[in-house]
Design a protein around this ligand. Sequence first.
Ligand SMILES: *Cc1c(COP(=O)(O)O)cnc(C)c1O
Length: 378
Amino acid sequence: MLKKNFLMSPGPSKVPESVMLEMAQPVFHHRTPQYQEIFADVTAKLKQVFRTKNDVFVFTSSGTGAMEASVTSFLSAGDTVLTIDMGKFSQRFDLIAKAYGINTKKIDVEWGKAVDPSVVEAALAEDPSIKAVYSTLTETSTGVVVDLKALGAVVAKTSAILVADAISGLGADKIETDEWGVDVVVAGSQKALMLPPGLAFMSVSEKAYQLAENSSIPAFYFDLSRSKKALDKNDTPFTPAITLVIGLQKSLDMILSEGMEEVWARHEKLAVATRAAVKAIGLSILSDSPSNAVSAVQFPEGVDGGKFAKIIRDEKGVTMAGGQDHLKGKIFRIAHMGYCNQYDMVVGLAAVEEVLYELNFKFDKGAALKAFQETYLS
Ligand SMILES: *Cc1c(COP(=O)(O)O)cnc(C)c1O
């Protein structure tokens, strides 16, 4: 078999050829008018993608760096925050907060479900000392999208800030940062923003800046006041990942020329058709609040999830993601985020059918592809 590689994992995700070419330029110096012009443009465009008028910081780190900054920038040891465990990534906020001596009140949600905003409302009412609520927009480990609009409405009535991890969600699942009252949004480069790993982003509202004034967690690389001073001069405190920022300018141009509404609609169409496709061959979707960025698909009875993952990646060349923690071997995750259209999904679904066939799972061959096409075209 002629093997080709297809990257269909929920990060890193496929990078457009035009973005790769942009990043092939020779490296130039960043303390120059040439770079400053690019950085100003990138910052303005990021705000359009974040749907915010707030500052958006650019960090040279993976997404988790911005998650950490969203804890260290606003809090002090001994503060109490509300965290939610509805998957691997929302759980991470709880771990980061604890690492900095912050007390966490954790809402446990069955993986595959989204947090109920009324539970958050009750927790906030019970403890008015809660300084911040941490949630994901898209919980990549379970394919769940959270109703941030409803969470924003709940949190806005209190003195707490709402922090959202939109690392995989931004540019795939809809977010209206300002309109929904999301005070801090973190994102990363290697998911729906169509870049290699290495950049992280954080938007900060006025309410969050006020909280930051009383923060006493020591920080250096991610020190918000240092970053803010630089940002106000259209700069970063330390050497930026110049090459990635150049790529980002190109990918943001692609996103904005398609249009945010159109980008969201494309993701929704792909997600809906993908879910119909896997259901047509007897598989099921883990999430009862399914994301438009990634689908978590449950293996049918009798299919060895570990074998499936190995064959589809190592033999077929199609990289999807497996399940994490207790979902290991129980699900696979197929991404439809970023640089992805209907033809990419047909490739991924054909590979899913082929591997299931080789694992002796009984289904109507071609049914997933047919359902995808029928749903997509309807
Ligand atoms: C990928 C991802 C992360 C982790 O980001 P890194 O870039 O690996 O640090 C965090 N949260 C969510 C929701 C993600 O999808």
